[in-house]
Design a protein around this ligand. Structure first.
Ligand SMILES: Cc1cc2nc3c(=O)[nH]c(=O)nc-3n(C[C@H](O)[C@H](O)[C@H](O)COP(=O)(O)OP(=O)(O)OC[C@H]3O[C@@H](n4cnc5c(N)ncnc54)[C@H](O)[C@@H]3O)c2cc1C
Length: 451
């Protein structure tokens, strides 16, 4: 069996198959290969808390080889799949520079490469934009925001100061709302340590092209979150687009223009590009169409033998949304993956298959330290600390590793005992800078020669 992607869906499928097929795996009758470019799963719903410093970055990743001891884990990227002949090609080089990808034959294919950030050709975006989907990006954004406070406090140039204190997030899905809310909360706390900055100096702008935020969540939760953000003076611009970011000057479609040194691009996701390098059927959004059993199917509903899919890359009908595909979220990815593994084994053992029927969604979003909004399954609204603990409890339960759950819980408990850590470690991103400076500083014009 070949599993493409070791994220929420891919790793959960592999872990469940590992339990269900323990004997076959140990005897060598069955072999499961998981291909994932990173040697770990990243639990993205907790990345905003990594950026805010509430969770250690290593605690939101789950090492695949430790979690899947009975599977073969390849740290590589799938570059092509030919399901007609049941072969895939993988490239182990980090940036695809290997010219001879390795061929892997398989019997059963599980497709779970998730989604990637949707980028558009906005002038200046490639040069100045920051992404928010990986642990590296979360840590880097935290350092960047704290560096802007240092810069604003030090400079005597009022324009530079204002640009440093203006933070623009484009896209109001999980990533944009979560990252903005957590970082705004952290920056509010951090400015208390500066003699010449106040919270009123900070400007946070959330730009969203559609007329609502959090499209992955219920309309009620989205409206509730919007009200909370506006209460905190976050400038939320709905039905507005970023038209240019050239020279760090933000030009919005509502006619406003202002300088900002922080631009975070979180404007939606699209299915992983590798899907277009396969002979699998794809729908109009380039997702893999699936039956409610998680089997890949063609447009007329014919099952593609031995091909399964789950998570953000799959269009799985959601009966609670009149059969529209499930929203791309971790709740669906994890639940679909567990069912996919059960159904795959059911096919092997000749048992009937079960359809994916998600219940009413329990939704929540964290908006900073001790701040969140949440709705229970029965639709009741919960706010403040209760919502925050509910949100944390949900993600703690979903985090696919007991070891990581304990570590994250420990981070949270320690965070409750000590004050927030708001020091920037931006220098670790350029470890050679100091060393290299040693070679150039003697050549600075006007510097006295070393004795
Ligand atoms: C910042 C952020 C915050 C979020 N917050 C929430 C939240 O609060 N609640 C919620 O429910 N959801 C949230 N989500 C969405 C949630 O994380 C995703 O819906 C979920 O991770 C989807 O699982 P997946 O397995 O389909 O994809 P992923 O978990 O992204 O896993 C896909 C994996 O496939 C790998 N891959 C990609 N291409 C290839 C290839 N060619 N070959 C091999 N492997 C490949 C990737 O490296 C990745 O590890 C958030 C997402 C982000 C980015």
């Amino acid at each position: 069996m070949l599993i493409i992607g070791g994220g929420c869906a891919g790793m959960t499928t592999a872990a469940r198959l590992q339990q269900l097929l323990r004997t076959e795996l140990r005897s060598g009758d069955t072999e499961i290969t998981v291909v994932e470019p990173q040697p770990y799963l990243t639990y993205q719903p907790l990345l905003a808390e990594v950026a805010a410093g509430s969770i250690d970055p290593r605690h939101v990743v789950v090492p695949l080889r430790r979690a899947l001891p009975d599977c073969r884990v390849l740290t590589a990227r799938v570059t092509r799949i030919d399901h007609a002949t049941k072969r895939a090609w993988v490239d182990a080089a980090p940036r695809g520079e290997l010219r001879l990808p390795t061929e892997i034959p398989y019997d059963v294919l599980v497709v779970a490469p998730g989604a990637v950030s949707r980028t558009v050709p906005v002038p200046g975006l490639a040069e100045h934009g920051l992404g928010f989907g990986t642990v590296g990006e979360a840590v880097s954004l935290r350092n960047h925001v704290l560096e802007q406070l240092d810069l604003a406090s030090t400079t005597r140039d009022p324009e530079l100061r204002q640009a440093a204190l203006t933070f623009v997030f484009v896209g109001a899905g999980y990533a944009g709302v979560g990252a903005l809310a957590e970082l705004e909360d952290m920056a509010r706390y951090a400015v208390k340590g500066f003699h010449n900055l106040t919270t009123d100096d900070l400007r946070w702008v959330l730009v969203e092209a559609t007329d609502r935020i959090l499209p992955e969540e219920s309309v009620e939760l989205a409206a509730h979150t919007l009200a909370q953000l506006r209460d905190r003076a976050v400038d939320v611009r709905l039905s507005t687009k970023l038209e240019s970011a050239a020279d760090r000057l933000m030009v919005l479609s509502d006619g406003s223009r202002f300088a900002a040194r922080t631009l975070v691009w979180t404007a939606g996701v699209r299915p992983a590009p590798v899907l277009r390098l396969t002979d699998l059927p794809l729908d109009a959004e380039s997702r893999v169409p699936c039956l409610p059993t998680l089997q890949v199917a063609t447009a007329d509903g014919t099952v593609l033998p031995d091909a399964w899919a789950a998570g953000d890359c799959a269009a799985v009908p959601d009966p609670t949304r009149d059969g529209d595909p499930c929203a791309p979220n971790a709740q669906h990815a994890l639940a679909q993956a567990a069912l996919l593994a059960e159904n795959l084994v059911a096919v092997l053992t000749g048992r009937p298959l079960t359809e994916y029927r998600p219940g009413p969604a329990a939704c929540s979003t964290s908006l900073g330290l001790r701040k969140a909004v949440a709705h229970t399954r029965s639709g009741n609204r919960v706010t403040g600390r209760r919502a925050w603990w509910l949100h944390r409890a949900r993600h703690l339960r979903r985090l696919p590793s007991t070891d990581r759950r304990i570590r994250v819980l420990t981070d949270w408990l320690l965070g409750g005992l000590f004050s927030r850590e708001v020091v920037t470690l931006g220098a670790v991103e350029h470890p050679r800078a100091e060393f290299e400076a040693g070679f150039t500083e003697n050549r600075i014009p006007g510097a006295r020669p070393e004795s």
